[in-house]
Design a binder for this molecule. Structure first.
Ligand SMILES: Cc1ncc(COP(=O)(O)O)c(C=O)c1O
Length: 291
């Protein structure tokens, strides 16, 4: 099913949704975004996504031209127009610097462009959860936090796109990226976790990564099922010696990693910790939120 798209409040099918060439999102990659999905038709953890969107905006010095309630309204309107007939929605909200002269001066672009893309949520194949996936470690280094900080969920995705291209070429489901110090940071569109002795570890924000909403939620999920979830600097050897590994993201929830390049992780099958966390994650998501 094709996407339904709102561009500055005008909702059309994807084929009719257009942005001017002089939009600085197109010219300079100046913009930010969020990806959400629904459970039972409601956007999951919407307030947390709003908070992260505002933080990204602040970090690129962009004033968002809407309140949380107004954006929620626009999302709802786009979802209604999309008429998903009971299917769950994938929702992408993008805000760019807006249209203006060819200059980096923000004064040239007083009005940000706001785009909302809605289409059916496509889950990874059941096989990914049942057998685990193979990922690769990319050679492309994650952006140094003092260049384009990975904390910003930026439309400027070349760093991730180049690493993802390597993963695709090498037949990986995803690509792990290291930071400039050689520590593991995250995957091209997901956060990384390993499990050792029934404790789940994920790299700290200081390792240079996006503070994933699913990653954050997993600390609460872990606490509920008695599995400690901690931040720790991780290196290749921690990953290779792990009992389990998995990735998290809004659209893929928690996917076990069975293999990294040619190395098997743990037993090479999804492990009990990943399974317990995924079960509890889904229970909460389908029952309407964090409670
Ligand atoms: C670079 C990167 N890291 C992590 C994530 C996972 O974040 P979330 O759980 O908020 O979807 C994403 C999501 O797209 C991402 O692009």
């Amino acid at each position: 099913m094709p996407a339904t798209i709102s561009v500055n409040g005008r909702v059309t099918p994807a084929t009719e949704a257009v942005i001017p060439v002089l939009d600085h999102g197109f010219l300079y990659g100046e913009g930010i975004y969020e990806t959400l999905r629904t459970y039972n038709g409601g956007p999951f953890l919407l307030d947390r996504h709003m908070r992260r969107l505002r933080n990204s905006a602040r970090m690129i010095v962009l004033d968002l031209p809407f309140t949380d309630a107004e954006l929620a309204d626009r999302i709802r309107g786009t979802m209604s127009a999309a008429a998903l007939h009971g299917a769950e929605a994938y929702i992408r909200v993008l805000v760019t610097r807006g249209v203006g002269e060819l200059t980096y001066d923000p004064a040239a672009t007083p009005v940000p462009s706001v785009v909302i893309i809605v289409k059916p949520q496509i889950d990874p194949p059941p096989d990914a959860y049942e057998r685990g996936v193979r990922v690769i470690i990319a050679d492309i280094v994650r952006n140094h936090p003092e260049t384009v900080n990975p904390m910003i969920k930026s439309n400027n995705l070349l760093n991730s796109a180049l690493a993802a291209q390597q993963a695709i070429r090498r037949g990986g489901f995803e690509g792990i990226m290291r930071n400039y110090r050689g520590e593991l940071s995250e995957l091209t569109t997901a956060n990384l976790f390993i499990v050792k002795d029934r404790v789940a570890f994920t790299p700290p924000l200081e390792s240079g990564l996006l503070p994933g909403i699913t990653r954050e939620f997993l600390f609460e999920v872990g606490a509920a099922v008695g599995i400690p979830v901690r931040e720790q600097v991780l290196r290749d050897e921690d990953l290779f010696a792990a009992d389990e590994a998995f990735l998290t993201s809004t659209t893929r929830e928690l996917v076990p990693i069975a293999q990294v390049d040619e190395r098997t992780i743990g037993t090479g099958r999804p492990g009990p910790v990943a399974k317990a966390l995924l079960d509890e994650f889904r229970r909460r998501a389908w029952s309407g939120g964090p409670a």
